[in-house]
Design a protein around this ligand. Structure first.
Ligand code: TRP
Length: 450
């Protein structure tokens, strides 16, 4: 029933929510460190090209299926199908999508819980409580579990309120806050001794490193993760859009915001590392590469903050607050996928569906925590490396081969009557039909061999 479904109230609200989903831990810690160790500005150029040639067209596929069907991925793919086999296949792909979204959330909540713990630990440090600070910053089951529960609690509270009052309203509040915090941190860090060294590493292009094929494949994968593709998140957000919206434009805005924030985060993280070096913190591995990922966030940066005295503690509160917000606007988009499915296909109320599914995901997170060494990396690999590209492939196939060309045109014309004359209509339909599936298969084959 279309009338009972949620809907975004404005274009701004949608762009904040979809960009909120896209901008997450991947942008703020993944992109900058990858760029730093893989050719600086040259990596940036490769990433930009891939974002616009693969991720943007795939994003458009999800938005169009979603808005066309005004339904969750399972219902939408079944509805588009012409034969019983297609129906079964579409239903299965949609179902795998919401299971994968839930699994991604179960590890994401663990990492987000760490961010929250580090944010609170900077406050307890300010208050002078050494015991609490050290408990919050040491790896342990209780600390991790409390982080998961707190973070899932926030996610559930927002999603339970629905599309307009929950997701849209909170994205509109949190995203400007995120941008503001990021800009303040960038300005501050760039004023510190050593920052310029980091800028050089970030901005001087080294094409030799950036053109290595393995690296291009890695960049492709992270562009996909970064735009939240291949689980039905963007599809469900698209399904809450009204017919007046110009989809190619809106998709372009979301892609643009996602990339800009990743690039901006580079102006924070890289200079911060070299400020840390200047203050005597180790930032290279034994092999001479830059430290990255978890060591960077949970060791290098805290050491840097500690070396800066009171100002450092304040910056630390802000930094981990920024990370927590980025994670929250992403996690609500993950939880919305299974919740929308349960509400639409099984006629459960939104509140009960949100609490029940959120609770199950928190249990998954707990299971991962109890078997951390085996499960944590495994769940990340299975979901992001294999499942996301494969389901993204299915979405492209449905838009490129199963949806008729005139249906596609009709859908796009709704928000843009002149679409036929534009460049988008000349390129995108065959691009999503041939080029996107081919590239995704190539990445997939490559990652299976690797
Ligand atoms: N894009 C987010 C990030 O960069 C993560 C994310 C949100 C996501 N929703 C998703 C990833 C759905 C995969 C699928 O951190």
């Amino acid at each position: 029933m279309a009338s009972a479904r949620g809907q975004f109230s404005s274009r701004f609200g949608f762009v904040m929510a979809a960009a909120g989903s896209a901008v997450g831990l991947g942008n703020i810690w993944g992109f900058p460190t990858q760029a730093a160790s893989n050719g600086g500005a040259a990596f940036l150029i490769v990433y930009l090209i891939l974002a616009f040639t693969l991720a943007y067209p795939a994003l458009m596929a999800e938005l169009i299926i979603g808005r066309h069907a005004h339904a969750n991925a399972v219902t939408a793919l079944r509805g588009l199908s012409h034969t019983p086999a297609q129906r079964r296949f579409g239903g299965a792909a949609g179902t795998i999508g919401f299971v994968v979204a839930s699994l991604i959330l179960s590890f994401y909540a663990i990492v987000a819980g760490w961010m929250m713990a580090f944010c609170v630990s900077s406050i307890t440090a300010l208050l002078g409580s050494a015991a609490a600070t050290s408990w919050l910053t040491s790896f342990g089951f209780m600390r991790n579990e409390l982080g998961v529960l707190a973070f899932m609690g926030l996610t559930i509270m927002i999603v339970a309120r629905g599309v307009q009052n929950g997701i849209e309203k909170w994205s509109e509040r949190l995203m400007p806050m995120l941008l503001f915090t990021l800009v303040v941190l960038v300005a501050y860090v760039l004023s510190l001794e050593g920052a310029m060294e980091g800028l050089k590493v970030y901005l001087l292009p080294d094409f030799q490193r950036a053109l290595n094929p393995d690296l291009i494949i890695a960049a492709l994968g992270s562009a996909f993760f970064s735009l939240s593709l291949g689980v039905g998140t963007m599809l469900i957000y698209g399904s809450y859009l009204d017919d007046k919206q110009n989809l190619p434009l809106i998709g372009g805005l979301v892609t643009g915001v996602d990339i800009s924030i990743a690039v901006l985060a580079g102006f924070l993280v890289l200079p911060a590392m070299y400020v840390a070096l200047h203050n005597g913190v180790e930032i290279y591995t034994a092999a001479g590469d830059l430290l990255s990922e978890d060591t960077l966030i949970f060791t290098v940066l805290p050491e840097l903050f500690a070396s800066m005295g009171l100002a450092g503690t304040l910056v630390s509160v802000l930094f981990f607050f920024l990370m927590s917000i980025a994670a929250l606007t992403s996690s609500i988009s993950m939880l919305e996928v299974p919740v929308a499915y349960a509400v639409e296909e099984h006629d459960v109320g939104r509140q009960s569906a949100t609490y029940a599914i959120g609770g199950i995901i928190a249990v998954f997170s707990t299971i991962i925590l109890l078997n951390f060494d085996t499960l944590f990396g495994l769940v990340i690999t299975v979901t992001t490396r294999y499942s996301q590209p494969l389901i993204g492939f299915v979405f492209c196939i449905y838009v490129g081969w199963i949806l008729h060309r005139d249906q596609l045109l009709q859908e796009l014309r709704k928000g843009n009557p002149d679409i036929e004359r534009g460049l988008f209509w000349k390129i995108w339909p065959w691009w999503v039909r041939l080029v996107c599936p081919a590239i995704i298969l190539a990445i997939f084959a490559r990652s299976l061999l690797a």
